[in-house]
Design a protein around this ligand. Structure first.
Ligand SMILES: C[S@@+](CC[C@H](N)C(=O)[O-])C[C@H]1O[C@@H](n2cnc3c(N)ncnc32)[C@H](O)[C@@H]1O
Length: 265
C-alpha cells in the first residue's frame, strides 16, 4: 500500500485546496454553461450511459450541473425501499435518479460541502416534490449518519478530491449495513502523479491532482472491510483542456467504476 498517497501529508495547503474546490463547484452550480476542464450536463450523462428516460423524469437543472465521471448507478442495482447515500451529491442528478429506483418508500441522502450545490439540489427536490430525497451539509470524511443505516453508498467524481481518502472509505463502510454496497465512479491514475501536478490547485479541483493509483485506491477500499467485486474503465470519459489532457495522457489519469460489498458478518 502506498500510504503516502492516502494521507493528508501531500505538501499541499489543505485549506487553500478546499476553498478552490468549493469555488469551482459553486460555479458549476450557478454557471453550468461556463468553460471547465471537464465535460458537464446532459450530453455527458448520455455519453456515460444514463438512460434518457430516467433523465427525462428528473429536474433538468440538476442535469445541467452534472459533473460526474461515470455512472455509479449502473453497478449499484438500487432496489425499491433502499436507503441510499450520495457522497458529494453536487446539484443532485445521481440522487434524483437513485430516488426513481428507491421510490418514495426508500430514502436518498445527499451530502456535499458546497453550499451553492446543496442549495440548488434542495430547491429542485422541493419544486419537483422528491420528498424522499434530502441534501445535507457535511464532509464525506465525516458523514452525519448512523452506523449500519444505509443500503447503498454511491459517489461520482468526488473521492479523488479528498486528501483523506482512507477516511472517506472508512465512513462508507461505517454507515453501510452488513451486505450493503459501495458503488463509485472516480478518477484514478496508472502512475504516481508528480508533486507539481498534485500541488496545482486548479488541476486538483478539476479531478486530476488528487487522483491516486488505481491499485492503491482498491486496496484502500478493501482495507475498511469491503470487497471489490466488479468494475470497469469509463473510457468514454475525457478531459477537455490541454493541461488536463496532457496530465491525463502522461500519467494514465482515467475514470473507473467499482462496486464493493460490505461483508455480512
Ligand atoms: C465533480 S463534483 C461531482 C458532483 C456530483 N457527484 C455529480 O456527479 O455531478 C464534486 C462534488 O463533490 C463535492 N465535494 C468535494 N470534496 C468534498 C468533501 N470532502 N466533502 C463533501 N463534499 C465534497 C464538491 O462540493 C462537488 O459538489
Amino acid at each position: 500500500m502506498n500510504d503516502k498517497a492516502l494521507a493528508t501529508d501531500l505538501n499541499v495547503d489543505q485549506q487553500a485546496l478546499e476553498s478552490k474546490v468549493k469555488d469551482m463547484y459553486q460555479q458549476v452550480a450557478e454557471e453550468p454553461y461556463a468553460e471547465y476542464h471537464f465535460a458537464m450536463g446532459r450530453l455527458l450523462a448520455e455519453h456515460l450511459g444514463y438512460s434518457p428516460q430516467d433523465l427525462d423524469r428528473i429536474p433538468s437543472a440538476a442535469i445541467d450541473s452534472f459533473a460526474g465521471v461515470g455512472n455509479p448507478l449502473e453497478l449499484a442495482d438500487i432496489q425499491p425501499g433502499d436507503v441510499v447515500l450520495d457522497m458529494g451529491s453536487g446539484s443532485g442528478m445521481d440522487s434524483f435518479i437513485a430516488a426513481l429506483k428507491t421510490g418514495p418508500e426508500g430514502r436518498v441522502l445527499g451530502v456535499d460541502m458546497t453550499k451553492a450545490q446543496r442549495g440548488k439540489a434542495e430547491r429542485l427536490a422541493r419544486e419537483a416534490d422528491f420528498h424522499w430525497v434530502s441534501f445535507h451539509e457535511g464532509y464525506i470524511e465525516d458523514v452525519p449518519f448512523d452506523d449500519n443505516s444505509v443500503d447503498v453508498v454511491i459517489s461520482n467524481g468526488v473521492i479523488n478530491l479528498s486528501a483523506e481518502k482512507q477516511r472517506v472509505f472508512a465512513e462508507a463502510a461505517r454507515v453501510l449495513r452488513p451486505g450493503g454496497k459501495l458503488s463509485v465512479s472516480d478518477i484514478v491514475t496508472e502512475q504516481d502523479l508528480p508533486e507539481g501536478v498534485k500541488r496545482d490547485a486548479t488541476l486538483w479541483a478539476a479531478c486530476i491532482g488528487g487522483a491516486i493509483r488505481q491499485d492503491d485506491y482498491q486496496r484502500a477500499i478493501e482495507r475498511v472491510g469491503l470487497s471489490v467485486s466488479s468494475g470497469w474503465p469509463n473510457s468514454q470519459y475525457a478531459f477537455l483542456t490541454e493541461a488536463a489532457q496532457n496530465a491525463s495522457e502522461r500519467y494514465g489519469v482515467k475514470s473507473i467504476s467499482l462496486l464493493a460489498i460490505k461483508s455480512q458478518h
